[in-house]
Design a binder for this molecule. Structure first.
Ligand SMILES: *Cc1c(COP(=O)(O)O)cnc(C)c1O
Ligand code: SF4
Length: 351
């Protein structure tokens, strides 16, 4: 479809984004993003946590990988609890500064599967587009903290090379928008991307990997849903939730809307020491997902990225925990436990 036709079909709200991009028209979710908490001290204050948690090392860790958390996610944290499972996912812990053997900056060796800037092609039939370099949250355990994004993400500069690559390989049936978080693009830019994929005849499926339905549910607007619904590609959404406490009414509403555009919504989680490394928590998470018609997909072991060692669960413990899940959950609620090893055709976590 041509851009002009899309423009004509666009809802008034999207037209605004199309036309006023340079005039700084902001949607509510964009405003929410600009008000995200980026200062660890402010985070402690908002949660009524002891200011003694703040020190030079926290600042250093937060300088290395910026503290970034939306108010919506923050509002789901318990007050006064330094062990809150949501807080721990975003707190710049001094432990991040410890050097740990085996934890490196590019443990997955992504460089070797990167034929064109902004595109990873590792698995048969599927390519992953590094849609942008940012997320709506900075999860401390993420490999993104050291991913060399600088010129390695989708931009108009690389658009033609990406298009040529997609066209040249008829085995590519699925495009995965990952990131950074692809839903940080505005509706107009997403529409343009979708039109690009639609114009390659052998691409059948569009998959979106996003944590936004969990961390910035206000982004799931009717305008976004309409822009996705319009695409004839088969659509799959993979969200990322690690803990049942990440769900609240706002998130439930966003999930309901997502189902309008995505017949399949899946979830992936990361197994995190001190956050979700017990059977009760993980079982409760699978139940909440099921209630929201979200299919459990992957449970990832931690990627061994520098600065994340304190989240790592020894593989033996991960396996025995997984056996407990297997014993207690129906098969359709059981995520697959996956580990990523450099050079092997298994999984990588990119949200
Ligand atoms: C995760 C990932 C995929 C998708 O793998 P699935 O097993 O189909 O979910 C594809 N390419 C890359 C580079 C990935 O990291
Ligand atoms: S890619 Fe996913 S896990 Fe990593 S910071 Fe972004 S939202 Fe968090």
């Amino acid at each position: 479809m041509k851009t002009i036709e899309l423009l004509e079909q666009a809802q008034p709200e999207e037209k605004q984004v199309f036309l006023n991009e340079k005039e700084k028209h902001q949607e509510a979710w964009q405003q929410a993003l600009s008000q995200a908490v980026t200062n660890p001290k402010q985070l402690l204050q908002a949660l009524q946590l002891d200011s003694s948690l703040m020190n030079e090392q926290v600042l250093e860790a937060s300088n290395q990988f910026r503290t970034f958390v939306t108010e919506s996610f923050l509002n789901r944290m318990g007050k006064g609890d330094p062990n809150d499972p949501l807080f721990k996912q975003v707190w710049a812990d001094p432990l991040e500064l410890l050097e740990q053997a085996g934890f490196e900056t590019d443990p997955l060796d992504e460089k070797s599967a990167n034929p064109v800037p902004g595109l990873l092609h590792k698995y048969h039939g599927r390519v992953l587009i590094i849609t942008n370099s940012h997320c709506a949250i900075n999860c401390r355990f993420c490999f993104r903290r050291s991913f060399p994004y600088s010129d390695n993400h989708f931009s108009s500069k690389h658009r033609q090379a990406i298009f040529d690559y997609l066209k040249s390989d008829p085995s590519i049936e699925e495009v995965i928008l990952s990131g950074g978080d692809p839903l940080l693009l505005n509706n107009a830019r997403l529409t343009e991307l979708l039109a690009l994929f639609e114009s390659v005849g052998h691409i059948k499926r569009l998959r979106i990997h996003s944590r936004i339905p969990i961390v910035l549910p206000s982004r799931i607007t009717q305008g976004l849903i309409n822009c996705l619904k319009r695409s004839p590609l088969q659509k799959i959404m993979v969200i990322h939730s690690n803990h049942p406490q990440e769900f609240n009414e706002e998130v439930s509403d966003a999930m309901q809307m997502l189902h309008q555009a995505f017949p399949r919504v899946l979830n992936q989680s990361v197994l995190l020491k001190g956050i979700n490394d017990n059977a009760e928590t993980l079982i409760s998470l699978q139940n909440i997902l099921f209630e929201h018609q979200i299919q459990s997909y992957y449970l990832h072991t931690l990627d061994k990225v520098k600065g994340t060692g304190h989240f790592d669960l020894p593989l033996e413990q991960a396996l025995s925990l997984y056996q407990e899940l297997q014993a207690r959950l129906p098969g359709y609620m059981l995520p697959r436990l996956v580990t990523e090893t450099a050079g092997k055709s298994e999984k990588t976590l990119i949200c």
